[in-house]
Structure formats: structure tokens, C-alpha cells
Design a protein around this ligand. Structure first.
Ligand code: NAP
Length: 249
């Protein structure tokens, strides 16, 4: 295991569970000082930080709802006090509120926009100067294959995840002259609580469309994020990397 993130401060939003938790642990294994953000799962976030520390690396947990700009700004102050400016921000926090469009309320729509895009706005805003000034700044957005393909019952979610493509490419241009990079990963269906919420019959139909014939594990995603956070990816920016077992889009 290379420790190519030693001394780097990496902020992972929604790192208490699922993909974000594994991203946080893996960045820690590569030597990073990790900020484990969560909204409500305090115990799980503490477990993630404890795992990182038990492996000889540094982590803090920070409670902040990414939809709340004030809480996010306070998180950035906490990060500065603990570790100094951020080198890497992983915009991972995300939610689903699934309904066919016919049944979707404006509230269902707004909730998903607020977290999946509003949260990305708040967190990127709070850490923008850090990333711009960092010697190897990295902004990594977690989208979804659903942003590429659309998905029945997920008009709100698919829209937010496609929105991250435009955001990624634009921020890549705006940060390019600082040498910092901005990339996006689009995971396929991954074994987390989010997938567990999907009806089993629907899961079966999805799986039949995956050429590798399995759902992703969280470490299928975290390895690619670690690569994007590292110096090895320094000539990649504005890219969207699908990690989806070969699903077409
Ligand atoms: P998950 O298991 O449901 O975990 C979601 C994480 O986001 C939790 O740590 C949760 O924190 C956090 N979170 C939710 N709302 C938040 C808020 N307002 N402020 C701060 N944190 C918040 O989800 P996941 O499957 O790991 O998904 C992670 C990301 O990958 C999401 O962006 C998702 O869209 C994307 N993705 C997932 C899949 C999949 O199949 N699982 C596929 C493609 C892309 P608390 O528990 O503390 O509330």
C-alpha cells in the first residue's frame, strides 16, 4: 500500500456509511488526514474515524448537514483548526426519494436537489479557496450511472446526478489555472443502504443488465477515488469515470 496522500487533508461528505465510509477509510490507509462528515449517523462516523486511527492515521468526525451553508462553513473552520486547509474534497453525500414522475411532489424533487446539488454547492464554496491554493488540489464529485442512463422512478435523482457532469466540467475549467483538478466518478449500483432500499424484484432486473453480473462493492469505488485524489492523476481533469460493471450508457 503506497502512502501517497501523506500530509494531505481530505474531506469526505456523507462518510458515516456506504461508499463515503469506504472512501474515507481508504484515503486514510494512503496516509491522508481524513475528515469524516456525517449528518445524523454519529456512531457510524465515529467507527469510521476509529478504524482510520487504529491503522495509524488521523481522522476527525464533523457533523454538518450539507444542505445548511452555515453548518458547512463551521465544518470548514473545524477542519482548518484540526488539519489546516483541505487538499481534497469528495462530494459524496447523497439521497434518493424515489417515485414515478406522476407521483413525485415538489417536496420530493426539492429534497433531492437540496442534498445532491445544494450540498455540493455549499461544500465546494466552503473549500474552494483551499482547493485553489493547494499544491495538488482535488475536487471529486460522486455521481451515478443513473445520471448517465436515467432510471425509472428517479427523475429527481437522475437530474441531480447528470447535473454533476456540467458542474465537474465547468469547475475543471475554472480551477485549471491553479493546477487543481476536478473529476467525477459515476458508480453503478453498489451494495449499500441506498441499494438495499430498492425492491428485490427491481434489483434483479437491474442486475440482469450488468455485464459483470454483480453489484459493485464499496471498495470498487474507493480505489478509483483514491487514484483521483493522488498525484498519479494530475493530468486528468473534467473527466467522468464510469465504475459500473460494463453497463452501457
Ligand atoms: P448511503 O449508504 O445511503 O449513505 C449516504 C451517506 O450520505 C450517509 O453517510 C449519510 O449520512 C450522508 N448524508 C445524507 N444526507 C446528508 C446530508 N444532508 N448532509 C451530510 N451527509 C448526508 O449512500 P451510498 O449508497 O453510500 O451513496 C453515496 C453516494 O454515492 C451518493 O451520492 C449516491 O448518490 C452515490 N451512488 C450510490 C450508488 C449506490 O448504488 N449505492 C450508485 C451510484 C452512486 P448520515 O447517515 O449521517 O445521515
Amino acid at each position: 500500500m503506497t502512502r501517497n496522500l501523506t500530509g494531505k487533508t481530505c474531506v469526505v461528505t456523507g462518510a458515516s456509511r456506504g461508499i463515503g465510509a469506504e472512501i474515507a477509510k481508504n484515503l486514510g490507509r494512503h496516509g491522508a488526514n481524513v475528515v469524516v462528515n456525517y449528518r445524523s449517523s454519529e456512531g457510524e462516523a465515529l467507527d469510521v474515524a476509529e478504524t482510520i486511527e487504529s491503522e495509524g492515521n488521523s481522522a476527525i468526525t464533523v457533523q454538518a448537514d450539507v444542505t445548511d451553508g452555515i453548518e458547512v462553513d463551521e465544518m470548514s473552520e473545524t477542519v482548518h483548526e484540526a488539519f489546516g486547509p483541505a487538499d481534497v474534497l469528495v462530494n459524496n453525500a447523497g439521497v434518493t426519494v424515489d417515485r414515478t414522475f406522476k407521483n413525485m411532489t415538489r417536496e420530493d424533487w426539492d429534497r433531492v436537489m437540496d442534498v445532491n446539488l445544494g450540498g455540493v454547492f455549499n461544500c465546494t464554496k466552503a473549500f474552494y479557496d483551499d482547493l485553489k491554493d493547494a499544491p495538488e488540489g482535488r475536487l471529486i464529485n460522486i455521481s451515478s450511472v443513473v445520471g448517465q442512463q436515467g432510471n425509472y422512478g428517479q427523475a429527481n435523482y437522475a437530474t441531480t446526478k447528470s447535473g454533476l457532469f456540467g458542474f465537474t466540467r465547468t469547475l475543471a475549467l475554472e480551477l485549471a489555472n491553479s493546477g487543481s483538478t476536478v473529476n467525477c466518478v459515476a458508480p453503478g449500483f453498489t451494495q449499500t443502504d441506498m441499494l438495499a432500499d430498492v425492491d428485490e424484484e427491481v434489483q434483479g432486473k437491474i442486475r440482469s443488465r450488468i455485464p459483470l453480473d454483480r453489484f459493485a462493492e464499496v471498495d470498487d469505488i474507493s480505489g478509483v477515488v483514491q487514484f483521483l485524489a493522488s498525484e498519479e492523476s494530475s493530468y486528468m481533469t473534467g473527466q467522468i469515470l464510469g465504475i459500473n460493471g460494463g453497463m452501457e450508457w
